[in-house]
Design a protein around this ligand. Structure first.
Ligand SMILES: Nc1nc2c(ncn2[C@@H]2O[C@H](COP(=O)(O)OP(=O)(O)OP(=O)(O)O)[C@@H](O)[C@H]2O)c(=O)[nH]1
Ligand SMILES: [Mg+2]
Ligand SMILES: [Zn+2]
Length: 292
């Protein structure tokens, strides 16, 4: 048996990377279903085919909620989530807030990328809206794969780490990776099926090794990123600014919807908490209700 990394996972097989090269690998009944990014043990039957023996314990699982609020697993063993946002397509309101709740719930680190800066109009309010997340300790870097300021800052954020790029379809995730890894097409040549022929839209979650250490997962863009089912208290624990302000609420189970003695309402009134963060909290709670 030899160790392998799952580059892409299909229903009954996947492509794995080993010290002896990449192999098509069969998943086997009773051995579990590997995710992109899983570390596994495989046995090599012929030179061309490998079979799954064991999935190693995961350090993390990146997930999303489906339309019914059930958790769907996307990738294993990432350490940070790079949320890619661009002037075009205009970011969906509250999507960043939902990603940040998910990242906190998964115990990962978040980085915001303001991409396609070449398209940024001087009067755009987007940079300012993204800078506001700095108050939550989220780093924001600017990038463009078609002009200034280039992609160096993103390359630096990815260096020696395991990251997943997420965001809306068309935000430029794959273009960022192509610009950071010039030989990417070569590396993923065997995976052309996974990226879809004649289309640019990413259709499969792919693990891509970085030349100087680390790896980046490219994932299909989403229209809306949904959360899996969480209780209101758990959502709040994943929104540190709301959680802090709620320490002053008179009622321990206050949902900050006009209850008397609400510390969150006070914080907004005093200007220490933006109204849109509370709106995001309520947006998440109402999406959670629709899930059930
Ligand atoms: N002007 C400009 N266009 C860009 C930039 N990055 C990507 N694009 C264009 O935006 C479109 C979408 O880019 P992709 O890299 O495929 O976007 P993606 O986020 O991977 O999209 P999905 O795979 O569907 O999630 C393409 O037509 C790119 O040429 C950029 O920095 N500036
Ligand atoms: Mg893509
Ligand atoms: Zn309250």
């Amino acid at each position: 048996m030899i160790p392998a990394r799952v580059l892409v996972s299909y229903g009954s097989h996947g492509i794995v990377s080993t010290e002896q090269g990449n192999f098509d690998c069969r998943w086997r009944r009773g051995k579990g279903r590997p995710l992109c990014g899983d570390q596994i043990l495989v046995s090599l039957s012929t030179k061309e085919e490998a079979a799954l023996e064991k999935i190693e314990a995961r350090q993390s699982e990146f997930r999303r909620g489906d339309a019914r609020g059930r958790a769907q697993l996307i990738a294993a063993n990432v350490q940070q989530v790079i949320i890619v946002v661009a002037p075009e397509p205009a970011p969906s309101e509250f999507m960043i807030d939902r990603y940040l709740v998910a990242v906190a719930a998964m115990g990962l680190k978040a980085v915001l990328v303001l991409n396609k800066c070449d398209l940024l109009k001087t009067n755009s309010t987007l940079p300012q809206r993204l800078e506001a997340y700095k108050a939550l300790g989220v780093e924001m870097v600017r990038a463009s794969s078609q002009g200034e300021p280039g992609t160096d800052a993103v390359a630096e954020a990815l260096h020696q780490r395991h990251s997943i790029l997420v965001g809306q379809s068309g935000a430029g995730k794959s273009s960022l990776i192509n610009s950071i890894i010039p030989d990417r097409e070569e590396q993923t040549g065997a995976l052309s099926e996974a990226t879809g022929k004649g289309r640019h839209t990413t259709t499969r979650t792919l693990w891509i090794q970085l030349p100087n250490g680390g790896a980046v997962v490219d994932s299909p863009g989403v229209w809306e990123y949904g959360l899996w089912h969480m209780e209101a208290t758990e959502v709040q624990q994943c929104m540190p600014d709301i959680q802090d302000a709620s320490a002053q609420c008179r009622f321990r189970n206050c949902l900050h919807q006009g209850e008397p003695g609400c510390g969150v309402a006070d914080a907004i009134h005093q200007g220490s908490l933006p109204q849109r963060r509370l709106d995001a909290f309520h947006n998440i709670l109402s999406m959670q209700k629709n899930n059930k």
